[in-house]
Ligand binder design. Structure first.
Ligand code: MEV
Length: 440
């Protein structure tokens, strides 16, 4: 670590000054290192400026592959799904699962609910019964005072759906919550919800502390924080695929459809029973989910946090997907909360997010929930199918070989030779290097 790494006023420096400081502090003034940072700037200065404005202290752009997975038949419509992800086998796996299900009726989805939630957390020396006793007076006041903030959302079909008080005093001294439930239509709604919650907080102070509706003895309510919750179990979508067991077909490694269906279900059941497997299984689902969430300019941290909390909703972390075999029918389902938006935020500011949404036909947020869930399901299907048949390394290693070939800089006209040589051999960097050296 550099001894001169402390700096004051960094955020006030120009972008060039920041880069120069960084290069002299961490790269011994190397011009080549400076070029690494500046070479990823966009040519169009206005576009670059808009990216710079997304965050603080932006020095460059961090490139990730923007791919598409075609042939997703979702609720009778074919989508080409944009995916931003660096893991080499993910898009290929999603595409192959999408194609597999396209000829078996496609993926069906169901939006269960689209409610979002937020809390004003406060401490108070009163009781829940007292709050309940005046709740209609309080809620009417809160609704009236936020009308100017909600009217546009109400015109779009959304707004405040419900308000209630929750008592946390058995766990946290004097702690209560005002819980708001919201419909935010096509926007993710974070700003809308947080703005309303902060207004609610001011209004509670007005009623309880200033107007003293419970008397002066109870006029010292303290607001702790007002914030939406990223746990949105009531913003839920279900995606599923089904076919006759015989149609699972494609005997891989000599496996018949019955055996594939049975092993597949057992693998999913294991992920429901065991947290170690559940974590990896769900990671596979998020390979697909995060990639679409990121491509469409949505908040993948929120989606992940919520998905994992939902996976643990009965007290044990479990698989988000489940499989059933009824008579001769194979059904595979993913149920996941997805609070996403298709207007506002990065969705309209990031040129590639806009492009991704256009590729999807500018969906509503509910349609986007369906597309994202379908991609997660397809990804999960592909991973589990590989695991119970060929093993995961076969597909992974094919993509890994491509990366090694690129890293080594194999001659264009030798690439097919290298690929053919490693078709049935164990792939490692050194094995590829040795082989490439031997054919020069
Ligand atoms: C790798 O990124 C994802 C998998 O491990 C998922 C799984 O095991 O189900 C293949």
């Amino acid at each position: 670590m550099s001894k001169n790494a402390r700096i004051n006023g960094f955020s006030k420096m120009t972008k060039d000054q920041k880069i120069d400081w960084l290069i002299s502090t961490y790269f011994a003034g190397s011009e080549d290192s400076k070029k690494v940072l500046t070479s990823f700037w966009l040519e169009n200065a206005n576009d670059q400026k808009s990216i710079d404005n997304f965050s603080e202290n932006v020095l460059s752009n961090y490139i990730l592959p923007f791919s598409v997975a075609p042939n997703f038949l979702i609720d009778g419509e074919v989508f080409t799904v944009p995916m931003v992800i660096e893991e080499s086998s993910v898009v290929a796996a999603a595409s192959s699962a999408a194609k597999f299900w396209m000829s078996r009726g496609g993926i069906r989805t169901e939006i269960i609910q689209t409610k979002k939630v937020g809390h004003v957390n406060f401490t108070w020396n009163g009781t829940l019964q007292m709050l309940e006793g005046k709740k209609s007076e309080i809620f009417t006041y809160l609704q009236e005072n936020t009308q100017c903030l909600t009217e546009n959302m109400v015109k779009r079909g959304g707004g405040i759906l419900d308000l209630k008080f929750v008592d946390l005093t058995d766990q946290v001294t004097n702690a209560f919550q005002l819980v708001g439930q919201f419909e935010t239509c096509d926007s993710m709604g974070a700003n809308f919800i947080n703005t309303i919650l902060e207004q609610f907080a001011k209004d509670l102070i007005q009623l309880i502390n200033i107007d003293a509706i419970y008397g002066v003895e109870y006029s010292e309510l303290e607001i702790v924080m007002s914030i939406l919750s990223n746990y949105t179990p009531e913003c839920l979508v279900r995606a599923s695929v089904s076919c006759s067991i015989a149609e699972l077909g494609d005997p891989i490694n000599g496996q018949d459809a019955d055996k594939l269906a049975r092993k597949f279900k057992t693998a999913v059941d294991i992920a429901r029973a065991d947290v170690y497997r559940a974590t990896t299984h769900n990671k596979g689902i998020f390979n697909g989910i995060d990639a679409v969430v990121l491509a469409t300019g949505n908040d993948f941290r929120a989606i992940e946090a919520c998905g994992h909390a939902y996976a643990a909703r009965d007290g044990q972390y479990r698989s988000l997907s489940f499989c059933s075999l009824d008579d001769d029918k194979f059904t595979f389902t993913l149920e996941i909360p997805l609070a996403v938006g298709t207007i506002g935020g990065l969705t309209s500011l990031h040129p590639l997010a806009k492009c991704a949404l256009q590729i999807l036909g500018n969906p509503s947020s509910s349609q986007l929930m369906s597309i994202i869930a379908a991609t997660g399901l397809a990804q999960n299907f592909a991973a589990v199918k590989s695991l119970v048949t060929t093993g995961i390394q076969k597909g992974h290693m094919r993509m890994h070989l491509q990366n090694i070939i690129q890293q080594i800089g194999v001659d264009e006209n030798k690439i097919e030779l290298v690929k053919a040589y490693f078709e049935n051999k164990t792939i490692s960097f050194s094995a590829v290097r040795t082989y490439v050296d031997s054919i020069i």
